[in-house]
Design a protein around this ligand. Structure first.
Ligand SMILES: Nc1ncnc2c1ncn2[C@@H]1O[C@H](COP(=O)(O)OP(=O)(O)OP(=O)(O)O)[C@@H](O)[C@H]1O
Ligand SMILES: [Mg+2]
Length: 385
């Protein structure tokens, strides 16, 4: 292994019964890289991170963290990693300082450096306002800051952060992203998140997992370009049409959505269409089409031919979010939708105006299934230390 590789997964697998939570993952993360680890709920992100931080062992394969094999030298691996579990297990009856002193003790930070280390993480994590309170009295966001503070306490060269910003407010998120960029310069950071804007802002590299397998690995912009799709947004007046002379007039029956979607499909057979939220005076249509051609002229001509009043037509660079959905929706959300009998946008009938845009919100929920595990693992680690 070259010396600047800080984290390496080699055919890493974890099997629960007959279920493969992660399936032969291979990746290398070098010194100074900040890598976003993405995937839908249940994709295997936390499982991978727990293996890398030696909280659980792999079923097969191995991982090497800072030159330490997680089987052969788990203590060595742990000593150079700062880990923020998805739900940081904290002791509610402890005060913030008391907890950080406890964590410093576990990390065996020398007495002389302890005060300074604690002061530093209090500053970094914005904990000054919370010092008088017991952890049990803190809001979710502040508890997350305490969890993050303990991960940073020993100034580790490798940080593994499992959804570090999920409970932070927007101001804190933005500050945390800035902080990540700063510390990422001389550290290795792997963070999981469901916030794709955050990844685009802070991670030069993204690894996307789905059903325990890596489905993409690269820069967010490269991944977006590789998707091969472009997005168009077309806004039409729902209440008027143009006459052959070109003047707009109020149309009695309005402009049916079905007619619009059918027209678009006939013009671009491979298009995926979906109506975006709007007021009742407009149809706002999102169209995903191959990026090999610019379809704006065709869409404009379609509107003219049909007498639709075109209020806006724009072509946008496809975002990481679309790539993510493209690579993972079939695996997770898609199967849920199928089970519930709901068709995806690409499969919608003309009259089916429902959309699935809030799946990601749904994904944010229901992620606390492993809380107990985290607590248990952390307790185990403390008793080992
Ligand atoms: N202790 C366990 N026993 C059985 N199955 C488990 C256990 N821990 C995790 N799994 C399963 O492994 C899969 C991957 O879980 P993991 O927590 O790694 O997902 P994740 O990508 O972190 O998801 P999320 O975004 O919801 O945090 C899930 O299907 C989960 O139910
Ligand atoms: Mg997780």
């Amino acid at each position: 292994m070259s010396t600047d590789v800080m984290i390496e997964a080699r055919d890493l697998s974890k099997v629960y019964g007959s279920y493969r939570a992660i399936d032969r993952l291979n990746f290398k993360i070098k010194k100074g890289e900040v890598v976003g680890f993405l995937g839908p709920n249940g994709a295997g992100k936390s499982t991978t991170m727990r293996i890398l931080t030696c909280f659980i062992g792999p079923s097969s394969g191995t991982a090497i963290v800072g030159g330490n094999d997680v089987f052969a030298n788990p203590l060595g691996a742990r000593s150079i990693v700062g880990y923020l579990p998805q739900r940081a297990p904290l002791y509610p009856e402890m005060g913030v300082i008391e907890y950080l002193q406890f964590a410093a003790n576990i990390r065996a930070i020398p007495q002389l450096e302890r005060k300074m280390s604690i002061r530093k993480v209090i500053d970094i994590c914005g904990l000054a306002d919370a010092l008088e309170k017991d952890i049990g009295e803190l809001s979710h966001g502040y508890r997350q800051r305490v969890g993050l503070a303990q991960a940073l306490l020993h100034n580790p060269p490798i940080l593994i952060l499992d959804e570090p910003t999920s409970d932070l407010d927007p101001n804190e998120k933005a500050e945390f992203i800035e902080y990540l960029k700063a510390i990422g310069k001389d550290r290795t950071v792997m963070l999981s998140t469901h916030n794709l804007a955050e990844v685009e802002a802070s991670c030069p590299r993204v690894i996307i997992v789905s059903r325990g397998k890596i489905v993409a690995d690269g820069g967010p912009t490269d991944l977006a370009a590789r998707s091969g799709k472009a997005r168009y947004v077309m806004i039409l007046d729902e209440q008027s049409r143009t006459s052959p002379s070109g003047s707009a007039h109020r149309s009695s029956g309005g402009l049916p959505l079905g007619e619009v979607l059918e027209g678009i499909r006939q013009t671009i057979p491979s298009a995926e269409t979906k109506e975006l939220p709007s007021d009742e005076r407009e149809h706002v249509i999102q169209i995903l089409a191959p990026s090999t051609k610019d379809f704006r002229r065709e869409l404009f001509s379609l509107a003219v031919d049909k007498g639709w009043v075109l209020l806006e037509l724009r072509r946008e660079v496809i975002q990481l979010e679309e790539v993510f959905r493209d690579l993972t929706v079939g695996a997770e959300a898609g199967s849920r939708l199928d089970k519930a009998g709901i068709r995806r946008a690409a499969e919608e009938d003309d009259e089916d105006e429902d959309d699935d845009e809030d799946e990601d919100d749904q994904d944010e929920d229901g992620e606390d299934e492993d809380d107990d595990d985290d607590k248990e693992e952390d307790d185990k680690s403390r008793s080992k230390s």
